[in-house]
Design a protein around this ligand. Structure first.
Ligand SMILES: Nc1nc2c(ncn2[C@@H]2O[C@H](COP(=O)(O)OP(=O)(O)OP(=O)(O)O)[C@@H](O)[C@H]2O)c(=O)[nH]1
Ligand SMILES: [Mg+2]
Length: 263
């Protein structure tokens, strides 16, 4: 995962390790190389700026020139800057609710909502919950079937929409079905769009108001790179979300969405 950026950063520090002492120019060059490696990995411009400024600031406060192994120090500083950019806080799903907690999954077409709904349900089932899935993608018949197949294979019940019902009605009925079937959490799979449009947002808002979710998770395809950031901004403004799930990270050669660099 994220091999490309990891390899590039490794190369930078490998070369640096051989150089022994470091002058201002060397440090500038290292910073430039790190900047390029991160930008090529599709890390956002602002994030790259933040990271490299952080490295620069910390580097200037240590005596690199007289140090025995300056490359080791820069490596340590870079690692700290990357870790702090990623954030070190682990936040669990918040499933405390007076009624059965609802998790709503939203996102663009093909981002992995349906697959993630099933994966998350299995995770919760293994954690001792009794999840029920609601197939609220009324636009694609195959989506309902897809969720049913996944639910069946995991031994998790799925509420399927009745023909002609709106997404809001489906969610309403799905919540009732979940209560009747002793669910302890509900996961709602929603329809995607090729791009965000008013119709999608209207439907999602309707679902949101009925479901009153404790968690709204935005599912993003990590291959989308910087586009993912734009999508997140739009969703944040329109319906808001409490968390992001990045899918397809294994296949991501650049991996700019997350900076988990392995040294
Ligand atoms: N490699 C990989 N493939 C994934 C992952 N998540 C989803 N997929 C694949 O991506 C494709 C789309 O996934 P779905 O879960 O159907 O995506 P969706 O967001 O529900 O799509 P729509 O309902 O059409 O909007 C499927 O072929 C999945 O098998 C993942 O984490 N890794
Ligand atoms: Mg789907």
């Amino acid at each position: 995962m994220f091999e490309s950026v990891s390899t590039k950063l490794n190369d930078i520090f490998f070369k640096l390790g051989k150089s022994g002492t470091l002058n201002e120019k060397d440090i500038e060059k290292v910073l430039r190389d790190i900047r390029i490696a991160l930008l090529e990995a599709d890390v956002g411009f602002k994030v790259v700026k933040h990271i490299t400024e952080n490295i620069k600031e910390k580097s200037s406060s240590v005596e690199l020139k007289s140090s025995v192994s300056p490359s080791q120090i820069i490596l340590k500083i870079t690692l700290e800057a990357l870790t702090s950019a990623l954030g070190s806080k682990v936040s669990e799903l918040q499933l405390k609710s007076e009624s059965i907690p609802v998790i709503l999954l939203v996102g663009l077409n093909g981002s992995g909502k349906t697959t993630t709904t099933a994966k998350l349900a299995l995770h919760l089932k293994n954690d001792g919950y009794a999840p029920i899935l609601v197939a609220a993608d009324i636009h694609r018949l195959a989506a309902v079937e897809q969720l049913n197949i996944l639910g069946d294979s995991l031994g998790i019940k799925v509420y399927s929409p009745k023909q002609g019902n709106s997404a809001g009605q489906v969610v309403n009925d799905g919540l009732k079905y979940a209560a009747e079937n002793d669910a302890t959490c509900i996961l709602i799979d929603t329809a995607g769009r090729f791009q965000i449009d008013d119709e999608l947002m209207k439907e999602l808002k309707e679902i949101y108001d009925i479901a009153n979710p404790v968690e709204t998770l935005l599912v993003l395809d990590s291959m989308a790179g910087q586009d993912a950031v734009n999508v997140a901004e739009k969703f944040a403004n329109d319906i808001g979300f409490t968390g992001i799930i990045l899918t397809k990270v294994v296949g991501d050669a650049r991996g700019g969405a997350a900076l988990s660099v392995v040294y």
